[in-house]
Design a protein around this ligand. Structure first.
Ligand code: SAM
Length: 247
């Protein structure tokens, strides 16, 4: 039987990440490392030490491993065996972390389990492949405890540089179907799952090609832009935090 279009696209995404595996971390440069740190500081703002956390689309564990330093338990879920293999190789022994092979749209967890669930750079793959961000948020909402938090940090389609970068490189260098998210579609996906949005802003304004020696100045400019109201929704990455009020 012929696979549905979204199942076909999802399997292509999986293949892309299976092949990428260990090379995912190697491909990150100084600018990426800087934005990764900034993203992690935004996750730290939302978690407490005794929280049980789920990262959906954990990849090689760049964020999972760092976040594990500040919580009692964290589970990383990913669709790709190649990415999880790279994660496990890097992780060594860490009692706080477990990794699970699963699809964001069909999580193998009971309802009301996690204090905080977060996505970093995962929803924009789901958006492009199966186009069902709402399903993924719905599954996360089910797995979150009442009053639990659901966060996402995703590339912003309303940022000119980012959306050009995706147009130029997608299908050649990146995965075939990834596309940046629109703020409005994230709002819609969160609200339609009865999540109360508590924070919505954007971060990141340094292009990847910025030479290392200009980074301190670029960071200074970036911080200034991040504090300007006019740039609130136009920078590179959307950060959205929400609370599950109803069971
Ligand atoms: C760009 S990587 C981000 C990895 C990690 N969060 C990070 O920031 O380094 C996107 C990850 O999402 C995973 N992914 C894509 N679609 C998924 C789905 N439907 N369910 C679970 N994981 C998925 C991919 O396998 C990949 O590891």
């Amino acid at each position: 039987m012929k696979q549905s279009n979204s199942a076909y696209r999802k399997s292509k995404e999986k293949k892309h990440f299976d092949k990428l595996g260990v090379n995912y971390d190697v491909s990150t440069g100084n600018v990426d490392r800087h934005i990764v740190k900034e993203m992690q500081s935004k996750i730290f703002d939302e978690i407490d030490l005794d929280d049980v956390i789920l990262e959906i689309g954990c990849g090689t564990g760049i964020h999972t491993i760092k976040v594990s330093e500040n919580v009692s338990e964290i589970i990383g879920v990913d669709l790709s065996t190649g990415m999880l293999k790279a994660f496990k190789r890097k992780m060594k022994t860490n009692d706080k972390i477990s990794v699970v092979l699963a699809d964001a749209e069909k999580l193998p967890f009971r309802s009301n389990t996690f204090d905080v669930i977060y996505f970093v750079g995962t929803l924009h793959h789901i958006a492009g492949a199966s186009g069902t961000i709402k399903h993924a948020i719905n599954e996360a909402t089910r797995a979150a405890k009442s009053k639990g938090k659901i966060l996402a940090i995703e590339p912003n389609a309303d940022n000119l540089y980012l959306s050009l970068r995706f147009r130029l490189f997608t299908a050649q260098k990146n995965s075939m179907y990834e596309r940046p998210c629109r703020i409005s579609e994230l709002i819609e996906a969160f609200r339609s799952n009865n999540l109360r949005i508590i924070k919505l802003y954007t971060i990141g304004a340094i292009p990847r090609f910025t030479p290392e020696k200009f980074l301190p100045f670029a960071r200074f400019l970036e911080r200034a832009l991040e504090n300007m109201d006019i740039c609130r929704f136009n920078l590179g990455f959307i950060c959205i935090s929400s609370i599950k009020d109803r069971c």
